[in-house]
Design a protein. Structure first.
Ligand code: BT5
Length: 336
């Protein structure tokens, strides 16, 4: 297993090795660990331990302290420590390295930077929060700390750029599958890049690429999932949701691991057999087909029945007069 947390784009905050070890010790302890125990395990003075704990607290980690008993992680504080992310996962193509950050502007931007520097396929960038998380067309992706998953994988598919939309659909298939496996919750896919729960947006996918003559040089595949986000800013309340509405708390680590496994599997199918084989699974999971939708493509608006997905990922919309339109990208709303 390879972990690699030290590449530092602008405004990135990451854990020092010793902070990571300290959190690991607290995570694995079933009870409080005294300052003396931590000091001995980390070969630090007790003052140095205390300073590290203060620093972790200032980063948002909830470490409880009691002068009598020592330190422990607050119940419910779940960590995404790099060492645990890939541990024992049977991954074929997307097997790290992992770059873990406490805070980043955007995991897609950091991954792009790494990809330009030659980072291999399978490189994962994951952040506990984003300060400039992005959706498509420069839109904002709200990324509050420690509640959701914000990650980007670097892919290097030896494929023409025109296949990028089908890669986004493939990632959506992986995301609903992972949510089902890790949380037991069934979600749906809204074409092209939304993960939907109870009619609202639970997650989104942002695939971006750089090309080299007629093939993709690299793709950064970004996924944002609201797992335990308790509330959203006012302007998102009508459209955004998280699994917190079920009244339970879900493991971000388990969901991330399930997502990596699902992406590894479906990306392999994509490379070996193409999108055709994935389409059947996509159809089962979508909430878009069979609905009357209104698509906006720049200035144009197309209203009709969302009938099918073409092999290249385009949505086929049938107007009331029977004419068909292929929509390759854009935004769809229920019509009416
Ligand atoms: C998306 O864009 O849905 C793609 C979101 C991808 C986010 C991930 S997080 C990791 C990686 N790093 C990044 O910087 N981005 C990726 P789009 O279809 O354009 O939807 C954006 C719209 O969703 C916004 O304009 C809001 O209306 C809404 N939105 C913003 N934050 C949201 C949230 N946390 N949950 C649900 N909806 C949200």
């Amino acid at each position: 297993m390879v972990t690699e947390p030290k590449a530092a784009p602008a405004a990135a905050v990451y854990l020092e090795q010793v902070q990571e070890e300290l959190l690991g010790l607290l995570q694995n302890a079933s009870t409080f660990l005294s300052g003396a125990q931590l000091a001995a395990r980390l070969q630090l003075s007790r003052t140095a331990v205390w300073k590290r704990i203060e620093r972790l607290r200032s980063l948002g980690y909830q470490v409880e302290g009691s002068s009598r008993r020592g330190y422990r992680l607050a119940p419910g504080q779940e960590l995404l420590l790099p060492a645990a992310i890939l541990a024992d996962l049977p991954l074929q193509r997307l097997a790290g390295p992992v770059h873990h950050y406490v805070s980043l502007p955007s995991t897609n931007d950091a991954a792009k930077e790494l990809a330009r520097q030659g980072a291999p396929e399978g490189t994962l960038v994951v952040a506990e929060r984003q300060t400039a998380g992005r959706g498509r067309l420069g839109r904002v992706w709200e990324s509050p700390p420690f509640t959701g998953l914000y990650l980007t994988l670097i892919l290097r598919p030896p494929r023409p750029p025109a296949e990028l939309p089908t890669l986004t659909l493939t990632a959506a298939v992986a995301a609903v599958e992972a949510l089902q496996t890790a949380t037991g919750v069934t979600t749906g896919i809204k074409w092209p890049n939304d993960i939907i729960f109870q009619g609202k947006k639970l997650g989104g996918i942002l695939t971006e690429m750089e090309t080299e003559s007629d093939r993709m040089s690299f793709v950064v595949l970004g996924v944002g999932l609201n797992l335990n986000t308790p509330v959203f800013p006012e302007h998102l309340r009508e459209i955004a949701t998280s699994l917190a509405v079920t009244g339970r708390t879900y493991s971000r680590l388990a969901t991330l691991r399930a997502l990596l496994q699902a992406l590894d599997h479906w990306y392999d199918v994509f490379l070996r057999d193409g999108f055709g084989d994935i389409l059947a699974r996509w159809r089962q999971a979508t909430v878009t087909l069979g609905k009357v939708v209104c698509c906006r493509q720049g200035e144009r608006e197309i209203t009709g029945l969302a009938r099918e997905i073409a092999p290249d990922g385009a949505l086929i919309v049938v107007r009331p007069d029977g004419t068909e339109e292929r929509v390759l990208s854009g935004e769809i709303q229920p019509a009416g």
